[in-house]
Write a protein that binds this ligand. Structure first.
Ligand SMILES: [Mn+2]
Length: 579
C-alpha cells in the first residue's frame, strides 16, 4: 500500500496498491494497473475477465463436496415422482435460490412445495415446526437453499421423521455439520472447489446444473431445459447478497443481466415496469429490484416476492409487483423514522469519544436494523450495532469497518454468555441478548473494538485504482474502463486521481448542493466535472472562491459518460480533492 495523499480536503487518506509501474499517460499501463490491483494478471486471465462468459468460468459442478450424493438423491426422488420441498430464506438470495429450484423442478413436472420462514415469527434457518408441517404434507425429500448449515437439531428431527435431507448453503459451518444425506456448501472445511465466494443462489444453481446433467444421462428429457434462462435470478441473488463480483459470480452477473434485459421472467419485467426502469444493471438489481423483493420479508412474509418470480400470469404479476412496490415505500418510511432517532443516539456515542456505536430502542422494527447499522457505520466510520428491545429481549444487527472483525467480537460475547444468540462474519453480524445484559454488551463491544484498533481511531481511507494526467481522461479511456464492467462488490468502478488540472470556472448546478465546472489539462484540452453535495464543505468553499481560479488541483473521482445536448461527453464526478 502506498499513500498518495496524507490528508485530502475531506480529511481522507488516499491509498493505492502501489506495487505497479508508475505512468500517468500510457492508457494501456493504466488499465493493466487497475486489473492488477484487482488480482487479474496474465493475458489469459485478462482476456477471460474482459469477456466473462459462464462457459469460461464454470467448473464441473461435481467439484463441490457431496454434490454426487446430493444429485443421486434428488434425481432418484424426481424419477420416482416423490414430493419435494424447498426450504429457503426471506432475503433476496434466499428467495431467488428457492425460485431457481422450484422453477426447475416444476419444469420437470415434480410436485414441489416450498417454505420461506418469516423474519419475526420464525427467524432465519430451519425450524422444527416448519419441518413438522413439511413431513405432514407427504414430502419425502427436503432441500434447503441459502440456509440449513447450522440446523443440526432440525436435520436430526427431519431424519427421525423419515425425510431425506439435502442441505445446500453458502454460510460458514460450525464445527459440527448437520447429519443430512448430503451437505453441499463451498465453505465446508473439506470442500476443495474454491467456490467460497458463491451466493446461496450460486450454490443452488450449481446443483441444478449438476442435476440437469444427471437427468440427461438417465435419458429423462424429451425436451432439454435451457438453464441460461435462470441466470437472471442467479445474478439478482448474487448482487443483493453483496457477494464479490469475481470469477464465476462475475460471469453469472454479466450473463444474468443480459437475460434480465430480454425480460424472460415476467415477474422481474413487471417489477421493473412498476419501478420505472428499463435497462437492468448491477445498480438496478441492487437498488431498485432488490429492495422491492426484500420489502415483503422485512415487513411480513416473503411469499409475495417468491410468487412474483414464479408467476406466468400477467394480472397476478402486476398485482404482486404493485404490492411489493407499496411495501417498499412503507419500508423506506419506517426506515427514515428509525434512522432519525438512531442518528441522534449515535451522535451521542461519537461525542463521548467512543470507538463503537451501539444504539437500541423499544420496538424498532427488526427488518431495518441491518440497513440502519450499515448507514451509521458509513456515516461515522465506526463499527455499529443497532438493536430493538421487545419483551425484555434485544435483537440486533451490526456492521463493521475494514479493520475490525465484528464476527469475532460477537462469537466471544456469545462464549462469555453476554449474548444468548449470535453469528456472522467480519463485516456483518446478528445477535440476541437479554435486556439486563445491554450495558455489559455495550461495554464489551467498545473494549473489544478499542483492542482491535489498538486504541487508534480509524482513518477514512479511499482506495485509488489509477493515478493519471488529467489530459488522458477522455472518451477513449472511458471506453476502456467500461470494458471492465460489470462493477460491484470486489470490482468497483475505478477510482481515479487526476493530476495537473487547472481550475477554469465553477458554478452552482440546479438548486441543490451540487457544483459543476471545467478544468484545463496539461495539453490544453478541457474536462468538465460535477461535484455532488459539495456546497458547504471544504471543497465547495475552495472551488467557489474566485481567488482560486487558475490554481492547479488534484482531483479524485470517477469518469462517467454524460448526455449533453443530445451528444455525449465525458464528465469527471469529483468525490474528493487535494492541492
Ligand atoms: Mn445468502
Amino acid at each position: 500500500m502506498r499513500k498518495i495523499v496524507e490528508k485530502s480536503m475531506l480529511g481522507k487518506v488516499w491509498i493505492s496498491s502501489g506495487d505497479y509501474e508508475q505512468n500517468l499517460t500510457d492508457t494501456k499501463i493504466l488499465i493493466n494497473n487497475i486489473l492488477k490491483s484487482r488480482g487479474v494478471e496474465g493475458s489469459e486471465n485478462v482476456e477471460r475477465f474482459l469477456n466473462p462468459s459462464i462457459k469460461a468460468y464454470m467448473p464441473d459442478p461435481f467439484v463441490l463436496q457431496d454434490m454426487e450424493q446430493a444429485i443421486k438423491i434428488i434425481a432418484d426422488s424426481v424419477c420416482s415422482h416423490e414430493k419435494i420441498a424447498i426450504y429457503g430464506d426471506y432475503d433476496v438470495d434466499g428467495i431467488t435460490s428457492t425460485a431457481v429450484f422450484v422453477k426447475y423442478l416444476r419444469e420437470l413436472g415434480v410436485d414441489v412445495s416450498w417454505h420461506l420462514p418469516t423474519r419475526e415469527g420464525e427467524g432465519y434457518g430451519l425450524n422444527i415446526s416448519a419441518i413438522e408441517q413439511i413431513v405432514n404434507s407427504g414430502v419425502k425429500l427436503l432441500i434447503s437453499v441459502d440456509c440449513g448449515i447450522s440446523g443440526v437439531e432440525e436435520v436430526k428431527y427431519a431424519k427421525e421423521h423419515g425425510l431425506k435431507v439435502v442441505i445446500t448453503d453458502h454460510h460458514s459451518p460450525d464445527n459440527i455439520l448437520p447429519n443430512a444425506d448430503a451437505v453441499v456448501n463451498p465453505k465446508r472445511q473439506d470442500d476443495t472447489s474454491g467456490l467460497t465466494y458463491l451466493a446461496g443462489v450460486g450454490v443452488a444453481f450449481m446443483c441444478v446444473v449438476a442435476l440437469n446433467r444427471e437427468l440427461r444421462n438417465r435419458n429423462f428429457f424429451d425436451k432439454e431445459i435451457n438453464l441460461m434462462d435462470y441466470t437472471d435470478l442467479v445474478a439478482l441473488g448474487t448482487i443483493c447478497d453483496t457477494m464479490p463480483l469475481i470469477e464465476l459470480n462475475r460471469a453469472f452477473v454479466a450473463t444474468g443481466l443480459k437475460v434480465m434485459g430480454q425480460y424472460k421472467n415476467l415477474g422481474l419485467k413487471t417489477l421493473m415496469d412498476v419501478a420505472g426502469v428499463k435497462q437492468p444493471s448491477v445498480y438496478v438489481a441492487g437498488f431498485v429490484i432488490g429492495p422491492r423483493i426484500n420489502a415483503a420479508g422485512r415487513l411480513d412474509s416473503a411469499t409475495p416476492a417468491l410468487d412474483l418470480l414464479l408467476t406466468d400470469n400477467q394480472l397476478i404479476a402486476f398485482d404482486l409487483a404493485q404490492k411489493l412496490d407499496a411495501m417498499n415505500k412503507e419500508r423506506i418510511a419506517i426506515q427514515n423514522a428509525v434512522m432519525l432517532s438512531a442518528t441522534e443516539m449515535a451522535e451521542q456515542c461519537c461525542k463521548n469519544g467512543k470507538c463503537s456505536v451501539f444504539v437500541c430502542d423499544d420496538n424498532w422494527p427488526g427488518g431495518v436494523m441491518g440497513i440502519i447499522a450499515g448507514r451509521l457505520k458509513d456515516k461515522y466510520n465506526l463499527p455499529t450495532c443497532v438493536a430493538t428491545r421487545c419483551d425484555n429481549v434485544i435483537n440486533g444487527s451490526g456492521r463493521s469497518i475494514s479493520n475490525v472483525d465484528l464476527g469475532k467480537i460477537i462469537h466471544e460475547a456469545l462464549a462469555l454468555g453476554i449474548l444468548s444468540e449470535g453469528g456472522g462474519h467480519a463485516a456483518a453480524a446478528g445477535f440476541t441478548l437479554n435486556a439486563d445484559k445491554e450495558k455489559e454488551f455495550c461495554e464489551f463491544l467498545e473494549n473489544s473494538v478499542v483492542k482491535q484498533l489498538s486504541g487508534k481511531k480509524p482513518e477514512l481511507e479511499v482506495f485509488v485504482d489509477a493515478e493519471m494526467d488529467a489530459s488522458g481522461a477522455n472518451m477513449k479511456f472511458l471506453k476502456k474502463i467500461d470494458a471492465l464492467a460489470p462493477f460491484g462488490q470486489a470490482n468497483p468502478e475505478p477510482t481515479l486521481v487526476l493530476h495537473g488540472a487547472t481550475l477554469k470556472f465553477v458554478k452552482y448546478k440546479g438548486s441543490g448542493n451540487t457544483l459543476s465546472g471545467r478544468v484545463r489539462t496539461s495539453n490544453g484540452t478541457e474536462l468538465s466535472f460535477v461535484g455532488f453535495n459539495m456546497v458547504g464543505n471544504a471543497i465547495g468553499d475552495f472551488l467557489l472562491d474566485d481567488a482560486n481560479t487558475n490554481t492547479t488541483i488534484t482531483m479524485l473521482g470517477k469518469l462517467k459518460e454524460n448526455d449533453y445536448n443530445g451528444g455525449s461527453q465525458v464528465q469527471f464526478v469529483l468525490e474528493d480533492m487535494a492541492l
